[in-house]
Write a new protein. Sequence first.
Length: 275
Amino acid sequence: MIGAAFGLLTALLIGLGDLFGRRVSIRSSPITSATAMQGFGAVTVALSLLIWRGKPEYRDLALGAASGLGFATGLCCYYFGLKNATSAVVAPVTAVIATCVPFIWVLAIGQSVSQLASIGVVVALAGLVMVTTDGEVAGKIKSGVLWGLISGLGYGFGVTVLLNVTADGGTWVLTSQRLLAFAVMVPVAMTARASITPPSGTRLAALVAGVFAGFASITCFLGLQFDPLATVIAMSLFPVFSVLVGVFAYNDHASARQAWGIAMAVVGTAAVVGG
């Protein structure tokens, strides 16, 4: 139950990050937005060391850095997807893949899963698939699915790596994660000739988005320490918040079928928590 609560909080924070991060992406580029968010996210988790320092081992720091590579890929490709398609397509695809990768790993290492939880996973993923296969937005699906797929693989790898770190490392693990992610994005931005700093008028939005991203890393890490499966599945609900942000803040299109799909994802996640 605690893991699911942290997972839901992570999903909410991701959605709030979208609310502000997309403003930067629209005014500049997805690379600029991702770079700024990683930078401010790194500062956020570094400040958390004042509360939760821990005594990390070199292995935990290395795994945190590897996770950062996955998260950098996930975030950058996610915003490229939002630049080319709607959140109603990109967010659920990202969530499906990002959920499947660590879920398969959890099963592979022998964690037991109840029948109700197994049914919940199937229902949740089926609902997310419904969101991505709506014929009304068929023209935008191909691009959105491609970027969402790559993003999901990046996020999935990043979360799976975090499953193998110890709680003793505290937020040092997350600091190495975000610093590596930022370090990766800087040369990417320079190669693509994209600005590293957000344009005037969007810097506050970039700061707020980065803070939400940093807190999302912290809540995700905490949830994984209690219940990896429940945390991962609850996190997969972030498309609900991302789509709501897209519809109400950025005029994204969402059909009735997609709404039903999101509802199935909510019910499925509730079954996982109950199981």
